[in-house]
Ligand binder design. Structure first.
Ligand code: KIV
Ligand code: ZN
Length: 516
């Protein structure tokens, strides 16, 4: 956290994982998942959570309301185009939330105004000012974004920024919507606004960078050097196309080089690893192994020279301590004989607060796992708890599975599913045991969905490790993710498929769609 009493400038972290992050292909989250993630973002210490785009769908509207009702600490924001119905819908979603912000935007680049909006600069300015005034009449805290700012003529951008500040925008966000700028140019643009907008001191300058050229973090940091006081970012850098500025990278750059930036954030960096894993779990989007800060190899030193230096003195090759981002060497935490009390207190140490019913369920799963696996690690506990996240109303339950496979033998699977108070059994053969089990399940359920992705990974090392399977199914344009974990990967695979089929059955069509 920024040191109290220090003269480091405080940089606000505006997290948009739930809004811009959700615009990653295949990353849509349900309301329960958004609330769970928002609670973790609050634990991480972000200043603002953009919980959705209220007018875009009933799901986004509900998510904003529930995040506001259940998450304490950060300001909760809703996005709204510079249009009256959008602002009013954002207000309806936010009205009962104590710390709320309307974030409204209008494009300002000639290319957008001419081809997309078909209005001139004067009209774009008029609409922006009018909608900031409308938002300000409803809430105290208003943010305005001139979309595609980095391709907007700087003098016109300065005119818009000055006018929206005058209209009441307490934060003005400068988006690099298409990820076009580079650090030196962006730093110059922010400096130009600082020097040429007479009322700039009455607002916080924010930046929102996309990663199309791989420069979102570098551009955001350059903007801080020029005076920006808020960074918009997402966990793991997820987002539209190549994604957004990655929260963990930008925060750790500021923390590690606060000598250079003279600035820091309120982020509790020890929560970074857990937050990153939760986002992967919920969205099904894995992090590349060599990704800075949260990639599996980010702290792995292979070269002999580096290992030699590290053994002598860590600072020779390590600029960030793994523990500072909450990355600990795999720790044995519980075993078969651990009781409910130890289980509960270990979960509390890990930062999980479960309701009584959830705790019961997690403890039951733990006992079942402890029968299969001698040592239970932190990662296993995280998995047990987050399994509850993937729960959908159970239409199908996996009641039995047996496999026959071996070298030179056609794999076959017999699957028993419970459905509507009866059990149905089916045997099928396939190219492998998973394929056979999936064919049997598809036959029993009569699903028409296609399997878009199947991914399996080990949660910890060792041959007794839990295997975690993620699948993505698609049917009539609807996409759902399923998860399953078990020490037997065929069982984990069947659980993941059944979980996804339950979600597919429960999924209601989203109304409206995303208007941007
Ligand atoms: O990238 C962008 O310009 C946005 C705005 C809505 C801020 O996401
Ligand atoms: Zn964006």
């Amino acid at each position: 956290m920024s040191e109290k009493g220090s003269n480091l400038r405080h940089i606000r972290i505006f997290d948009t994982t739930l809004r811009d992050g959700e615009q990653s292909p295949g990353a849509s989250m349900n309301v329960d998942e958004k609330v769970k993630l928002a609670k973790q973002l609050a634990r991480l210490g972000v200043d603002v959570i953009e919980a959705g785009f209220a007018i875009s769908s009933q799901g986004d509207f509900d998510a904003i309301r529930r995040v506001g009702a259940e998450v304490e600490g950060p300001i909760i924001a809703s996005l709204a185009r510079a249009k009256e119905p959008d602002i009013k819908r954002a207000w309806e979603a936010l009205r009962d939330i104590p710390k709320k912000r309307i974030h409204t935007f209008h494009s300002t680049s000639d290319i957008h105004l001419k081809y997309q909006f078909r209005v001139d600069r004067k009209e774009a300015l008029r609409r922006s000012v009018e909608m900031v005034k409308l938002a300000k009449s409803l809430v105290d805290d208003v943010e305005f974004s001139p979309m595609d700012a980095t391709r907007t003529e700087p003098a016109y951008l300065a005119e818009v920024v000055e006018a929206v500040i005058e209209a009441g925008a307490g934060t003005v966000n400068i988006p690099d919507t298409v990820g076009y700028t580079i650090p030196a140019e962006f730093e110059k643009l922010i400096k130009y606004l600082v020097d040429n907008v007479p009322n700039i001191k009455r607002t916080v300058i924010s930046v929102h960078c996309h990663n199309d050229l791989g420069l979102a973090v570098a551009n955001s940091l350059a903007a801080v050097l020029a005076g920006a006081g808020q960074i918009e970012c997402t966990i793991n850098g997820i987002g539209e196309r190549a994604g957004n500025c990655s929260l963990e990278e930008v925060v750790m750059a500021l923390r590690t080089r606060k000598d250079l930036f003279g600035a820091d954030t309120n982020i509790r960096t020890e929560e970074i690893t857990r937050t990153s894993r939760l986002v992967t779990k919920i969205t099904g989007i894995s992090v590349q192994p060599n990704k800075a800060i949260v990639g599996a190899n980010a702290f792995a030193h292979e070269s002999g020279i580096h290992q030699d230096g590290l053994l002598k003195e860590k600072s020779t090759y390590e600029i960030i301590r793994p523990e500072s981002i909450g990355l600990h060497s795999t720790k044995l935490v519980l075993g078969k004989h651990s009781g409910r009390h130890a289980f509960k207190s270990r979960l509390a140490d890990l930062g999980f607060e479960l309701a009584e019913g959830e705790l019961e369920q997690a403890f039951e799963n733990f006992k079942r796992l402890a029968d299969q696996k001698k040592d239970i690690y932190e990662e296993d506990l995280e998995m047990l708890v987050s399994e509850g996240l993937s729960k959908a109303p159970e239409i199908y339950g996996l009641a039995g599975l047996s496999i026959s496979s071996g070298m030179g033998q056609k794999p076959s699977a017999t699957v028993r599913l419970s459905m509507e108070n009866k059990e149905v059994e089916e045997t099928a053969t396939g190219d492998g045991p998973v394929d056979a089990a999936y064919r049997a399940i598809a036959h029993i359920t009569g699903t028409k969905s296609s399997l878009n992705r199947y991914e399996v990974k080990g949660i910890t090392g060792g041959t007794d490790a839990l295997g975690e399977v993620t699948v993505i199914l698609e049917e009539d344009g609807r996409v759902v993710r399923g998860h399953g974990a078990d020490t037997d990967i065929i069982t984990a695979s069947a659980k993941a498929y059944v979980n996804a089929l339950n979600k597919m059955a429960a999924a209601r069509p989203r109304t409206g769609g995303n208007p941007i």
